[in-house]
Design a protein around this ligand. Structure first.
Ligand code: ADP
Ligand code: MG
Length: 539
């Protein structure tokens, strides 16, 4: 079971909580024995003994309360650490997946994994498992005590236990299925909420804010339906086990009465047997239900394992020397599209040359850059860098060579400086130089904390042009031999875009492929070649 692996990784904490739980079951048992002995003492009119047992019973309950408090805290610590480990594992997988692997699920789905699903694992996995430990301890102590009263009681308990174990197991598969369906409904809810909230501006301007209510209500109904389905199955399972537990208690009570009437056990046993029988059977019904719930966590953790790991592991040869980048008869078709975007495309980008890539909207310019940057790897034909095919080069090695400035740069909720360096170590002098080159000085002067100002909500406080300047500066700071730019200055005025484009096209040692909509003469002069994708696709 996957979750047990996590307990194993947190062995000492797990053992400590288990220890506390077992101790506590001991106190509860002591209270039960004291109560039985107190009753036997009072039946024999032995006052001193009676009060001793009553005091012991009180003491046991007080210790029980104190340790219980400790159990709560330590169990929360354990649960939080399990959560942390699971989140860490998901994050590790996401950090090691490919571009297409990551995009097999939406961001909202990952969101749901990392929040809702973790809560479910916490409630059904960790909590239920610890409850099972408590229940087992109480049952074992209870059985021992019953054996001390009269062995025949234990025999009955064991027979009844077997019956109680078998019945709810019949429901386990369906319970696990319902639980998984419920987590999928939660994913859909988060996806819908994200989608409709991200579209707030559009809906607001179209006078359709009610759509937010409609979409969220629709998704809520879906979750509600699956929560109820789960609850129904769980409820039936629990009802059956509870029913069996009550019947079993009555049987034990009857047997104890018979034993007392035949003077085979003291009178106090009636209280003890009742106490322990109710504990044992309540815990038994609890165990079988908790066990079903615990098992329902398994498919959730398995779902997390569906993030595909990277498939390309090849590394560049040690004596790798960067030269040309070539596309040889490359065809590409998005899955679900009926036609390829390119067929047998041949392109040759020479080392240190500057290319401007043009083409109609939707011609496939961004797709081409996605191929060259190694994001899309399911193409046909060959893409080679210095004669090494891309399927021999890991993403990491490729991105050491290539900086790709995409069409809609992302601004993180972090300081402007972090947004430029992405947390890498870069000298202050270098940052200052790039800021100046990219015309960010004015912006920084206006921001309340300058470079330390936190840009929130995807850089909402920046204009489209300012965001592009930030992204441009970020790209320059990476300083790789190859640059890919996708309409990187589309939101800037003519003078500013010429200034930035010149910045990237001037350095002699860089290979640059730049997609642009407006080809200005000042920029065209700096290029070695203008590639027209429309023309290329005709051939
Ligand atoms: N992820 C995708 N899945 C399916 N089709 C896509 C995807 N991305 C782009 N396309 C399609 O591929 C075509 C080319 O898109 P794109 O490369 O973005 O064009 P351009 O950058 O030249 O405007 C468009 O018709 C677009 O609908
Ligand atoms: Mg594009």
């Amino acid at each position: 079971m996957e979750l047990l692996q996590y307990f194993k990784r947190l062995k000492w904490e797990f053992l400590f909580v288990t220890f506390l739980i077992v101790i506590n079951a001991g106190f509860l048992t002591l209270a039960g024995i004291s109560s039985a002995n107190a009753l036997s003492a009072v039946a024999k009119l032995k006052a001193e003994r009676f009060f001793m047992w009553v005091a012991l019973m009180g003491g046991a309950y007080i210790f029980y309360a104190i340790v219980n408090c400790l159990v709560n805290v330590e169990q929360t610590r354990l649960a939080q650490n399990v959560d942390k480990l699971i989140r860490n594992d998901i994050a590790q997988d996401l950090s090691q997946t490919s571009y297409s692997g990551f995009h097999q699920q939406t961001v909202a789905t990952y969101n749901s994994w990392l929040t809702n699903d973790i809560t479910t694992i916490n409630n059904f996995g960790v909590e239920d498992f610890m409850m099972i430990i408590r229940q087992i301890s109480e049952i074992v102590f209870g059985m021992l005590t019953l054996a001390y009263f009269n062995v025949s009681l234990v025999v009955t308990v064991i027979i009844l236990t077997i019956i109680m174990g078998v019945v709810p197991n019949l429901f386990s598969k369906i319970l696990a299925k319902r639980s998984l369906e419920y987590t999928h409904a939660n994913e859909r809810l988060v996806n819908s909420i994200n989608d409709v909230l991200n579209g707030f501006n559009t809906l607001f301007l179209a006078n359709l804010p009610q759509t937010i209510v409609k979409k969220i209500n629709g998704a809520s109904d879906d979750v509600k339906k699956h929560a109820l389905n789960y609850s129904k199955t769980a409820g039936i399972t629990q009802a059956i086990t509870n029913g069996l537990a009550f019947i079993s208690q009555v049987i034990i009570l009857g047997q104890t009465g018979w034993l007392i009437l035949h003077q085979l056990t003291p009178v106090g046993t009636i209280s003890g047997a009742q106490f322990f029988a109710s504990t044992i059977f309540a815990e038994l019904s609890g165990i079988s239900f908790n066990w079903q719930e615990f098992k329902s966590v398994k498919p959730i953790i398995e779902k997390f394992k569906t993030v595909p790991l990277k498939t390309v592991h090849g590394a560049l040869p040690i004596d790798f020397k960067l030269s040309n980048l070539e596309l040889d008869k490359v065809s590409y078709q998005y899955s679900g599209q009926d036609k390829p975007i390119f067929e047998n495309l041949d392109l040759d980008f020479k080392l240190k040359n500057k290319y401007i890539l043009m083409g109609d909207s939707a011609a496939g310019k961004s797709t081409l850059l996605n191929l060259i940057s190694g994001l899309l790897r399911d193409y046909q034909g060959k893409i080679e860098i210095s004669d090494v095919e891309y399927n021999q080069i890991s993403d990491r090695d490729l991105h050491d060579q290539i900086t790709y400035l995409q069409q809609d740069p992302y601004i993180f909720t972090a300081s402007l400086e972090w947004n430029l360096t992405l947390g890498r170590q870069v000298s202050k002098a270098k940052i200052a130089e790039v800021i100046k080159e990219c015309g960010l000085e004015d912006l920084i002067a206006k921001l309340p904390d300058g470079m330390d100002t936190v840009l929130a909500d995807q850089g909402k406080q920046l204009s489209g042009g300012q965001k592009q300047r930030v992204a441009f500066a970020r790209a320059l700071l990476r300083d790789t031999p190859i640059y890919l730019l996708d309409e990187a200055t589309s939101a800037l005025d003519k003078a500013s875009s010429v200034q930035l484009e010149r910045l990237i096209l001037t350095p002699k040692d860089k290979t640059v492929i730049m997609v642009t909509h407006h080809l200005r003469d000042e920029v065209k002069q700096l290029a070695d070649q203008v590639v027209d994708l429309n023309e290329l696709k005709k051939n």
